[in-house]
Design a protein around this ligand. Structure first.
Ligand code: ADP
Length: 434
């Protein structure tokens, strides 16, 4: 609408009304002009009211139409609003992506103001400190973590170093690395890394090194003691019998160290090789060599019973399974007193799973020891294990082999009544042997 048309139309109407008055001496022109002006002004007022209504919340209503001279204003405003809307949705998308990334961070993050009042935290923080959005937003962080050491750390002016802090969550102990960071004016972030797993691994490694040293120290001490005695005493101070006895004892200790080192190497190989072979195993012939070993070890002191399904298929590593099968069998011989019975089973159990189990009528194991038996160097009776030539690593190796074959090592035992050690393999997928 061009603004100058209005005065032109209005001037033409005035001239028309004046002409009617002058030529016909009739005021009808003026009356029509007054009525027309009234209608025109009312219509314009109505259009202005429509625009004002819309302008009160332009982003929620459709822009008004037929608003005469306001159309241009409405159009411009509407374009501006659309542009703002697009900008807003773009920035909402960016904020959403940033928040999703912060939520997905594997480290815990808590955002706070300068007074340590919590304004936001991510999922990892929620799990690490057992936080809940509905109750903990707005709380002071020092009401949630009250360890004096942490309170002191939080009150520092700057945080050049992180703080390592133990926390307890229910019955679980956790080790967290905490680091404050300041941002914006006086906002704070608390970054938390969970070190529990790393700490556990480190403890296991330390225990393992201590255990290995301890296991090797005893035979080494015995061996070097004999050597020293023999070197420092004149040869004639020992009878031939004594010399043979000393040499036998020394050899026994050397064998002992050899077995420990051999088992450690086996464990390390199992840990370092990616996965077990998947070749078809001839279980009956594998059990035949295990039988020969066991019977040689038993020397006729035990009775054996064999229940072997010759047709049950199995895929895996021949050497690993041979070691696991014979480990369980020789343990049964070593921990079953003379005239005990040992039963070996290879077949399907009632659930259709393939099961290798060795049942003995031996010394049995008290319930509290059973969950720990497959830990490295764990023995119920250290002296008895040593006397039987054990290294304390056999079940750790067997369990490792079981895991590598998707099998489970199941131990059932009653003190004084005997034990059953089983390797339970998952049923074959789609009828194929695994
Ligand atoms: P070890 O070389 O000492 O036999 P293992 O790892 O093979 O080490 O076994 C760990 C411990 O489990 C043994 O020291 C023994 O106390 C117990 N154990 C294993 N097999 C039997 C069994 N058949 N009967 C009773 N105790 C057993």
């Amino acid at each position: 609408m061009q603004w100058h048309r209005t005065p032109l139309v209005y001037s033409a109407c005035v001239i028309g009304a004046a002409t009617v008055q002058l030529v016909w001496h009739n005021p009808i022109g003026w009356i029509a002009l007054a009525i027309g002006a009234g209608v025109y002004l009312t219509h314009r007022r109505y259009q202005a009211a429509k625009v004002a209504d819309w302008a009160r919340s332009p982003s929620h209503n459709n822009p008004p139409t037929n608003v005469g001279p306001w159309s241009d204003v409405v159009k411009q405003l509407n374009r501006y609003i659309q542009l703002q809307r697009e900008l807003l949705s773009e920035s909402q998308e960016t904020t959403g992506a940033i928040m999703a990334a912060a939520q997905a961070l594997p480290v815990g993050v808590i955002a706070m103001d300068g007074n340590l009042e919590i304004s936001w935290f991510n999922r990892a923080a929620e799990q690490q400190l057992d936080l809940e959005e509905s109750t903990d937003i707005g709380k002071n962080l020092l009401h949630l973590i009250r360890h004096p050491e942490f309170v002191k750390y939080a009150r520092q002016r700057s945080w050049p170093e992180p703080l390592i802090q133990k926390t307890t969550q229910g019955t679980q102990e956790k080790l967290l690395m905490l680091q404050f960071v300041s941002y914006a004016r006086s906002q704070r972030l608390l970054i938390m890394r969970d070190l529990t797993q790393i700490d556990r691994l480190e403890t296991t490694r330390r225990d393992f090194v201590a255990n290995v040293s301890h296991e090797l120290r005893t035979p080494l001490t015995v061996l070097s003691g004999f050597l020293e005695t023999m070197r420092e005493s004149p040869p004639e101070s020992f009878s031939d019998e004594q010399r043979t006895q000393f040499l036998d004892l020394m050899q026994e200790q050397a064998y002992r160290m050899q077995s420990i080192v051999a088992d450690l190497l086996t464990l390390s190989e199992l840990e370092n090789s990616p996965s077990a072979d998947q070749v078809p195993i001839d279980v009956p012939s594998l059990l035949e060599s295990a039988r020969q070993q066991a019977q040689a070890l038993s020397g006729g002191r035990h009775t054996f019973e064999w229940a072997i399904d010759p047709d049950l298929p199995l895929l895996g590593s021949n050497s690993e399974l041979a070691s696991a099968f014979s480990n369980l069998l020789t343990n049964a011989v070593r921990y079953t007193p003379d005239s005990g019975a040992i039963r070996v089973f290879w077949g399907r159990d009632p659930e259709g799973k393939r099961r290798y189990s060795v049942t003995d009528t031996g010394i049995g194991i008290a319930a509290e020891h059973i969950p720990r038996l497959s830990e490295r160097f764990y023995r119920v009776d250290r002296g008895r294990s040593r006397a039987a030539g054990g290294t304390g690593l056999g079940l750790a190796i067997t369990k490792h082999i079981a895991i590598r074959h998707g099998a489970q090592l199941v131990i059932e035992s009653r003190l004084g009544q005997g034990s059953t050690f089983s390797l339970v393999f998952e049923p074959e997928a789609n009828g194929t042997a695994t």
